[in-house]
Design a protein around this ligand. Structure first.
Ligand code: FNR
Length: 372
């Protein structure tokens, strides 16, 4: 189908499945075990309903925002997803180009197929990029990666904390990832590993299983970039992160359902984190100094607006952008962003919200989410 026929983010999934290499589909679409969390991620948004306001002048609506102090054309960023070249020869650069054109922030993954420098070099002057870090057992390697990222102008360090080891993604494991595959990254210290159990296993054996809270001080000592923990799943850890005073924000995420199956959706976790940080530390959200992000299953601007209403600064979107570039290259990613923009305009009008500040908790009924 032509790009004009793509009407929403779900369409990219259906189309790309037909045209992308089987191995890429297996790696991108797979999730852990029975993939229950992966399905729940989007389903959780179905339990939240809107309470729109009427008779407000919604001629002009504005969904621009600021993420960690950087302007963003929407409360959405492109989250880190590894191995972009499995789906398209230009890999992650597809995302960089589209992000530049539309004022969207890209999070560069440790396990990108393109080299880190290629991705930074592809950015326009002033374009904001974040970096997702898998912490290497060899801390000297990690230090080098982090300081290089900072020197190249990266604006935020997202440390993945939900993946001491990568989950079992069986669709991917059945594909028997081959060592000769040119899309495998080499920079990550993944030499001498068993490649017979899928892409995820093949690239992840360097990750430090011993990472702990105490290490945050060390990160703070090696970089001035704001630290964000990616993969927080309960209020207790959110509180510990806040109380450490070392962390600028959290991504409430289960890694797209690819890690612990039966982990709850980020949107569900958001509700309890906001409630407990309010009760125990008097915080209100969205909060400039301690920003909450959500990812997993976000496919519509309405999903994003629900997260914003409940206190998120912004949300991450992963697979839809992978599917978009696998089928259409960078133009596909642009189309995905344009579709989201059109959805934001319409849905903010229908909600009676002219700015994101007006997207308040009273605009949603989230009583069907659990509040632990
Ligand atoms: C991911 N994700 C991820 N996260 C991370 O911290 N480091 C990584 O290398 C990757 N790699 C990765 C690859 C692929 C193919 C997917 C689908 C996801 C997780 C990602 O950042 C995010 O948490 C989820 O993708 C969000 O869910 P959706 O939007 O894909 O449903």
């Amino acid at each position: 189908p032509s790009l004009e026929e793509v009407l929403n983010l779900h369409d990219f999934e259906n189309i790309s499945k037909q045209v992308m290499p089987e191995k890429a589909w297996a790696y991108y679409s797979s999730a852990a075990d029975d993939e229950i969390t992966n399905r729940e991620n989007h389903a959780a948004f179905h339990r939240i309903w809107f309470r729109p306001r009427i008779l407000r002048d919604v001629t002009r609506v504005d969904w621009t925002t600021s993420i960690l102090g950087h302007r963003s054309s929407m409360p959405v960023y492109i989250t880190a997803t590894a191995l972009g070249k499995l789906g398209h020869p230009d890999g992650e650069i597809n995302l960089t180009r589209a992000a530049a054109k539309h004022g969207v922030i890209q999070m560069i993954p440790t396990l990108a197929s393109c080299s880190f420098d290629e991705i930074v070099d592809a950015a326009q002057p002033g374009q904001v990029q974040f970096f997702q870090l898998y912490v290497n057992k060899d801390r000297e390697i990690t230090k080098k990666i982090v300081q290089h990222a900072e020197a190249r102008g990266v604006k935020g360090l997202f440390i993945t904390v939900d993946a001491p080891q990568l989950g079992r993604r069986e669709k991917d494991m059945r594909m028997k990832f081959e060592a000769e595959d040119p899309s495998v990254v080499s920079a990550s210290g993944s030499d001498g590993v068993d490649r017979s159990q899928g892409a995820a296993r093949a690239i992840s054996s360097f990750i430090d299983t011993a990472l702990q809270w105490d290490d945050l001080k060390w990160f703070k000592s090696i970089t001035k970039m704001p630290l964000i923990l990616k993969g927080v799943q309960c209020w207790e850890d959110a509180l510990e992160a806040y109380d450490s005073g070392l962390v600028a924000g959290l991504v409430l995420s289960n890694h797209g359902g690819r890690q612990l199956d039966f982990a709850r959706s980020g949107i569900e976790v958001l509700v309890e984190v906001v409630a407990h940080l309010k009760e125990k530390r008097g915080l209100t959200f969205p909060n400039e100094k301690f920003q909450l992000f959500v990812d997993g299953g976000v496919r519509r601007a309405t999903d994003v607006l629900k997260a914003v209403a409940l206190g998120a600064t912004a949300v991450g979107i992963g697979r839809p952008f992978l599917y978009a570039f696998s089928a259409y290259g960078s133009e596909g990613v642009e189309r995905a962003i344009q579709l989201l923009n059109a959805e934001f305009e319409m849905n903010m009008r229908l909600l009676g919200a002219r700015t994101l500040k007006e997207v308040v908790p009273e605009m949603v009924d989230a009583s069907n989410l659990s509040t632990h």
